[in-house]
Design a protein around this ligand. Structure first.
Ligand SMILES: [Zn+2]
Length: 310
């Protein structure tokens, strides 16, 4: 066997190995995912609310998984939100925006990145919204803007608090100015919520960045955040290059942002329902069991919120 035959055979072997590698779709459909200690069964992770037992990483979840955890399974109703005309700019880059939308809908089983639901916590009617990162990076376009505003209107019409779990990189570039206009539209909508004296609680999830941070997500009466999540406007490298200073390793994490006053408290996913329920009982001055429980509690945990509420 001469060197040429050997080289060709070696090349064929490599091709075979490469072919055996799982595709992106195989990975998505697999029962396994990965975290700090290597592969972990999705089923085990789900039982732990998609939080890693070893490192505490709060994995990204879909809107339905979020509502399942927040309201309890089958304890809420997803509201149908308006879908404006698609692809207004007829955007095409490596593929068309329409194709991207179609793929995202199949992947997530959602019409747009935002879902709005109604349900009850501590016997308090709530309107809640969440963003799914798997839907084109959780970016906000016209449909997402409409959904967020629909949620606000639903909260105003039904006099409920509005709880939002933002996630995503910002406004959707495939809709350029139309997406950007939704920063203003959602901001104005939140103002209407405030004029009606309805509580608006935001819980940041990983990652919340760009136009989402610069509009409706930073306007909460109270800001909670899941541990370790990224909360940013511009990226760390951009800021570092601008200020020409070394930034701390925890820069733009929930804990860092909490230390600097933009987040009121970092809360573990399993505690969110309980904490938000208590906050709402205080804010709405509800005489629920929880409220009498709070009166008896000497926990300093509740103290700063009680002050905020008053
Ligand atoms: Zn882990």
């Amino acid at each position: 066997m001469n060197w040429l035959t050997k080289a060709i055979k070696f090349g064929e072997k490599i091709k075979k190995v490469l072919k055996k590698r799982p595709s992106k779709k195989d990975i998505e459909n697999s029962d396994w995912t990965s975290c700090c200690k290597g592969p972990v069964l999705k089923k085990d992770l789900e039982e732990n609310l998609w939080v890693c037992n070893s490192c505490g990483k709060h994995h990204r979840i879909s809107c339905k998984q979020r509502f399942d955890i927040f309201f309890g399974k089958n304890n809420y109703q997803i509201l149908e939100t308006p879908i404006p005309s698609e692809d207004p700019l007829k955007w095409v880059d490596t593929k068309s925006y329409k194709e991207r939308l179609k793929a995202a809908r199949i992947k997530t089983n959602q019409n747009c990145a935002v879902e709005i639901a109604k349900g009850k916590i501590n016997n308090i009617e709530i309107t809640a919204g969440a963003i799914n990162f798997e839907f084109i990076g959780g970016s906000v376009g016209a449909a997402e803007g409409e959904a967020i505003i629909y949620g606000v209107q639903h909260a105003i019409d039904n006099k409920t608090p509005y709880i939002f779990f933002p996630c995503g990189g910002g406004q959707r570039m495939f809709e350029s100015p139309i997406a950007l206009a939704n920063m203003t539209r959602t901001t104005l909508a939140i103002n209407e919520l405030k004029k009606n004296n309805l509580p608006y609680i935001v819980c940041f999830t990983d990652p919340t960045a760009g136009g989402i941070t610069a509009s409706f997500a930073m306007l909460g009466d109270i800001h909670l955040a899941e541990p370790g999540c990224l909360i940013a406007f511009a990226g760390k490298r951009v800021i570092q290059a601008t200020v020409k200073e070394e930034l701390s390793p925890d820069f733009q994490t929930a804990e860092f942002v909490e230390k600097h006053g933009f987040v009121d408290r970092v809360v573990h996913r399993k505690e969110l329902k309980n904490q938000i329920g208590k906050l709402l009982s205080i804010l709405l001055k509800k005489n629920t069991e929880i409220n009498s429980e709070i009166k008896n509690e000497t926990s300093e945990n509740i103290e700063p919120f009680a002050k905020t509420a008053s």
